[in-house]
Design a protein around this ligand. Structure first.
Ligand SMILES: C[S@@+](CC[C@H](N)C(=O)[O-])C[C@H]1O[C@@H](n2cnc3c(N)ncnc32)[C@H](O)[C@@H]1O
Length: 242
């Protein structure tokens, strides 16, 4: 990890300003190295995007919410030629600038980077698929962002999410984490503006018919500890292909 990224993570998410100002303050100095640093930390992204893409018909309209640098669009790669419009939505200008550079470099004519808040963004047409990769834990009003995303989907559309989480203590989750895990990880990540708990996965499982669900643990580079993550793909509304 480079010094600028390490220093920013030690200082944590800025405490003052709007959510957008905090995100920019947190990510501006990391933007150049974001992809390299996060590659070993954000587990399960390729698998979730592949599971989602496999369910999409030609011409499907897709959005990634909280796209950051657009790294996950690379996973859509083989599918981009056959998909319809793809919107890459984020509230953080320094990361979105990297995403725009990537779109231009790759010549992805149907991909558009959009600066917008996930809680209010409405696409120009109903979506066939929407996905969040490690962004739902970084959006404080996550329920509003999820509700907005679900409302943006056509009936029978698919939602994909991959993120860190910890279970509750009541046994209502796909696995039950021990007390130390449930205590430690929310506190570790809170400093960097990332909020872990059981609620997001519970809301997602209740939102639609789950077609793909995986829970696992992934190493945090450099510290030898493993953090729980999940990936889920669910169909929302009446079941239909693509
Ligand atoms: C940990 S990064 C993940 C980026 C990317 N999805 C990935 O997998 O590498 C979380 C992203 O969520 C974005 N984000 C946070 N709050 C947001 C909001 N309210 N609306 C849109 N994006 C938001 C951040 O700017 C950041 O790019």
């Amino acid at each position: 990890m480079d010094a600028a990224t390490a220093w920013r993570m030690v200082r944590g998410m800025p405490r003052q300003g709007t959510h957008q100002e905090k995100l920019s303050g947190f990510y501006a100095a990391q933007a150049d190295r974001y992809d390299t640093v996060r590659e070993g930390l954000l587990h399960g992204r390729d698998g979730m995007v592949a599971a989602l893409a496999a369910r999409l018909a030609d011409g499907a309209a897709v959005a990634e919410i909280g796209c950051g640098t657009g790294r996950n669009l690379e996973c859509l790669g083989p599918h981009l030629d056959r998909l319809g419009p793809v919107w890459a939505v984020d509230l953080c200008p320094p990361l979105l600038a990297k995403c725009r550079e990537r779109i231009a470099a790759r010549g992805w004519e149907r991909v558009e980077a959009v600066e917008a808040d996930a809680t209010v963004w409405v696409p120009p047409r109903p979506l066939d698929a929407v996905f969040f990769s490690y962004s739902l834990t970084m959006i404080p009003p996550w329920r509003a962002a999820l509700d907005r995303a679900l409302a943006n989907l056509r009936p029978g559309g698919v939602i994909g999410v991959v993120d860190f989480w910890v279970s509750g203590s009541d046994g209502g989750d796909p696995e039950r984490h021990g007390a130390w895990t449930r205590w430690f990880w929310p506190r570790w990540f809170r400093h960097d503006g990332v909020h872990l708990g059981p609620d997001r996965l519970r809301a997602l499982r209740a939102a639609g018919a789950v077609e793909d669900l995986r829970t696992d643990r992934g190493r945090i580079p450099g510290i030898g500890l493993s953090v729980p993550w999940f990936s889920l793909v669910a169909r929302v509304g009446s079941p239909s292909a693509g």
